[in-house]
Write a protein that binds this ligand. Structure first.
Ligand code: 5GP
Length: 124
């Protein structure tokens, strides 16, 4: 079943400026902001401005410009947080919960960048 986008989802409302957010980075096609309920000292959500629900949908259908912008924004956020393992940072986890089995709560594509503490094994 194709993803159907709900324009009233909370991240769509954030993108329209209807709900405030703690912005970390904004680019032409991407917004990164702090999670409202952080699971670790660093917890940033990176979202495309386009109406995509899941990463697979974005990866297959977004324009090259959107994909490049989003990917570079993830890198910039890691740099801003100082978590890059190759640059002396202590590392991070990038998570994209997708659909029912992935337990995705907000139906607008977002990747979580989580760090600032040891995160344990990937799945509990
Ligand atoms: P999911 O479970 O869909 O992968 O993650 C959704 C995330 O969005 C959760 O970590 C939740 O804390 C965060 N979130 C939900 N509503 C808001 C909001 O209004 N503002 C911000 N900044 N984060 C939100």
């Amino acid at each position: 079943m194709p993803n159907t986008y709900d324009p009233q989802n909370i991240f769509a409302r954030i993108l329209r400026g209807e709900i405030p957010n703690n912005t970390v980075l904004e680019t032409e096609h991407t917004l990164a902001f702090r999670d409202i309920a952080p699971q670790a000292p660093d917890h940033v959500l990176v979202i495309p401005k386009g109406a995509y629900v899941t990463y697979d949908e974005f990866a297959l259908n977004a324009s090259d410009a959107e994909v490049v912008d989003f990917t570079r924004a993830v890198g910039e956020v890691c740099k801003m947080l100082g978590v890059q393992p190759g640059e002396g940072g202590a590392g991070y986890r990038m998570i994209a919960n997708s659909g029912e089995n992935g337990v995705q709560e907000v139906p607008h594509l977002h990747v979580h960048i989580v760090g600032g503490r040891h995160l344990g094994k990937m799945l509990g």
